[in-house]
Design a binder for this molecule. Structure first.
Ligand code: SF4
Length: 346
């Protein structure tokens, strides 16, 4: 099977071109085709000598993804279902907003963490996505005339990004690099369910991006009910890793909390959250309205309770916002993504 050029790091692409006795600038030309011109075929790289294209094609490709379905929401959100080389499926969401156009990418097919409120978790884990499969999600959205040029990328689709550490961190580096997609670090967000050990490892990479943590509750019993991963990385351990995370100037860690009626939305829950997050100096909290998933029994917290919860956080000096998750009418909102084989139109 030929290796996708988008699976190579910049250093590996440089070596490949050098091994072919080509000057170094050829690697830059290949990168331009891949990441600036959305190229999905080596034969389209017309400023490369024919001989080099043939050498590259002998063992490599630049394939994109095959969109087998696209849904458009009434609020402008687009959801893509992509078929991978092994016929597995992943979803990607495009979210246009005032001043930004975000691509929400998946990092795994399925997920091994089985959060109780998440459709992806309910389908089990198939495999990690490769670097090329992650980057191609952004490229395919860029190629779609119905979507505007993406300004932001969030790793909040299917899967736990830090469970696919190497591919996700390599993708962040290429998304951020001026020789890659040239998307600023403030516009790239990796969201984790709270793999404390991987957060420490991520801190050592020095990558330029935002980090969001799906916390949902600071009470171990409640959090373990919502997120079984909490039994492995309890709240204390997770918050310590977050407090130690080196933030770039002016950045804040984002903590996400989906509020469920009668589960984690009481004033006592807010007080616990405020106490637990005390060691994290620069932080903000997104309170997210839950989008019901048919097979999941939790109900969204009513708006008045969400507002009261936000008020308590603000009174404690914490920057809090209420986020409305978009695309619920096409099951594209937070927690609703799954590889739905049924209903795929080919
Ligand atoms: S919320 Fe994230 S970590 Fe939890 S099951 Fe869903 S995809 Fe996995």
């Amino acid at each position: 099977m030929r290796v996708n050029l988008k699976d190579l790091s910049f250093a590996d692409l440089d070596s490949l071109v050098a091994q072919m006795n080509e000057p170094a600038f050829r690697a830059k030309q290949v990168r331009d085709w891949l990441y600036k011109k959305n190229c999905c075929s080596i034969s389209e790289m017309t400023n490369l000598p024919k001989q080099l294209r043939e050498k590259l094609e002998a063992g490599h490709c630049a394939d994109g993804l095959d969109a087998v379905r696209k849904d458009a929401s009434g609020d402008g959100v687009l959801k893509y279902l992509f078929k991978l080389r092994d016929d597995l499926l992943v979803e990607t969401v495009y979210i246009p907003e005032e001043g930004r156009r975000t691509v929400c990418v998946s990092s795994q097919v399925g997920c091994r963490f089985a959060c109780a409120f998440c459709a992806t978790g309910g389908q089990g884990f198939s495999r990690n996505l490769s670097l090329a499969e992650i980057l191609n999600q952004v490229i395919e959205v860029r190629k779609d005339p119905e979507a505007g040029e993406p300004t932001n990328v969030v790793f909040m689709g299917m899967g736990e990004p830090l469970d696919n550490f190497d591919a996700v961190t390599s993708a962040v580096a290429i998304l951020n690099s001026p020789d890659g997609f040239n998307i600023g670090g403030r516009r790239i967000t990796v969201s984790t369910a709270g793999m404390a050990g991987q957060i420490r490892k991520l801190a050592e990479t020095g990558l330029n991006m935002n980090l969001a943590i799906s916390l949902h509750s600071a009470d171990d019993k409640t959090r373990s009910l919502l997120m079984p991963i909490n039994r492995r990385y309890p709240v204390d351990d997770l918050i310590r890793a977050c407090a130690d995370y080196p933030l770039k100037h002016g950045r804040k860690l984002t903590f996400e909390a989906i509020l469920f009626d009668g589960v984690n939305d009481s004033p006592q829950d807010a007080a616990k959250l405020i106490r637990a997050l005390h060691p994290v100096r620069a932080k903000k909290i997104n309170l997210i309205r839950f989008n019901p998933v048919s097979e999941i029994s939790f109900r969204p917290s009513p708006p008045e309770k969400v507002n009261a919860f936000k008020g308590l956080l603000e009174r404690a000096g914490i920057d809090a916002t209420i986020r409305v998750s978009r695309g619920a009418d096409i099951a594209a909102a937070c927690g609703q993504l799954k590889s739905d084989y049924f209903g795929v139109t080919r």
